[in-house]
Design a protein around this ligand. Structure first.
Ligand code: HEC
Length: 273
């Protein structure tokens, strides 16, 4: 494998050297506690162990990994902190620190791909979930969503909360905190913001902006929008489609309704670029 990488590097030269695909380096940007970990260092971490994940979210089967508890890497991070895991492909998962710091119940692990025994490709012609992949043991105990399993992770950063960083995502401030639109906003952050911007706000570059120039509630009949979110391929099919479907187990009907309610509300709060 190492040899293959070298060969590929020689073949594609500068192009590949400028991308971090083979760097296998994890950047933890945690303010004063920032540090960079190399794969080899993580594989020698005092808390590294082999864990088994039942029905892994990305591989859709049981997997076992060499892994370190995420909490052991997040020096100085407090439960109220907000983190972002950025993947090589631009996927940016917004993560509350609290569940990542849990020592019981749903527990977060950083799985480390050992170049000596690489993981399988996620699907034909694709990369593996490595070099680093955030996985959970007992995820049901913490109601952990698939978007909280970022793969191909390159860095984990401490950041201000989403609402503070991106005021353009905020619903009307006159709404009560428990208004369904605000609940929909929370669901949007948990499930969609990892891939989509809205009003140009967000860090993801993976899917289209969901308000500019048009909001999907403006051009999808409502039945079709919910159907699309449940199963994008049921509306239009193409092999490159990357949007995952959200089943009722992940996003119950009531939540989906509140999420669409937030999108509809934001159609009336466009920010002109
Ligand atoms: C893993 C990344 C990812 C996540 C998470 C995701 N999407 Fe998408 N979405 C995409 C991509 C990529 C596309 C473009 C079509 C494709 O490749 O499937 C897309 C397309 C769409 C479209 C269609 C836009 C159009 O006009 O064709 C809508 C609507 C949409 N997403 C809404 C959502 C909502 C709502 C959520 C959260 C419940 C969500 N997406 C979560 C990646 C994602």
């Amino acid at each position: 494998m190492e040899g293959d990488h070298l060969k590929t590097l020689t073949l594609f030269g500068a192009l590949l050297l400028s991308t971090p695909v083979f760097a296998a380096q994890l950047n933890l940007e945690l303010g004063a506690n920032s540090r960079t970990w190399q794969t080899e260092e993580l594989l020698k971490h005092p808390q590294v162990q082999t864990i088994t994940i039942t029905n892994d979210v990305s591989y859709k089967r049981d997997m076992s990994y060499r892994a370190v508890p995420v909490a052991a890497l997040l020096t100085g991070i407090k439960p109220a902190d907000h983190l972002q895991a950025v993947a090589l492909d631009g996927f940016a998962a917004e993560l509350s620190a609290a569940p990542l710091l849990n020592a019981k119940g749903a527990r977060a692990w950083l799985a480390i791909e050992d170049p000596a025994s690489p993981w399988p490709a996620l699907s034909e012609g694709k990369h593996s979930a490595g070099p680093f992949y955030l996985v959970w043991t007992d995820p049901q105990a913490g109601n952990i969503s698939p978007e909280q399993w970022p793969f191909e992770v390159a860095s984990i950063k401490r950041m201000a909360p989403v609402a503070q960083r991106f005021p353009a995502l905020l619903p009307d401030p006159a709404l009560a905190a428990d208004d369904p639109v605000n609940k929909g906003f929370a669901l949007f952050q948990k499930n969609c913001l990892a891939c989509h911007r809205l009003n140009g706000a967000g860090d993801a570059q993976f899917g289209p902006d969901l308000n500019i120039p048009f909001n999907p509630t403006e051009y999808f009949g409502e039945q079709f929008l919910t159907r699309y979110i449940r199963d994008p391929q049921s509306l239009r099919q193409w092999p490159q489609a990357k949007m995952p479907g959200f089943t009722a187990a992940v996003l119950p009907d009531g939540d989906l309704e509140m999420l669409v309610g937030y999108l509809k509300h934001m159609a009336g709060r466009k920010v002109k670029p």
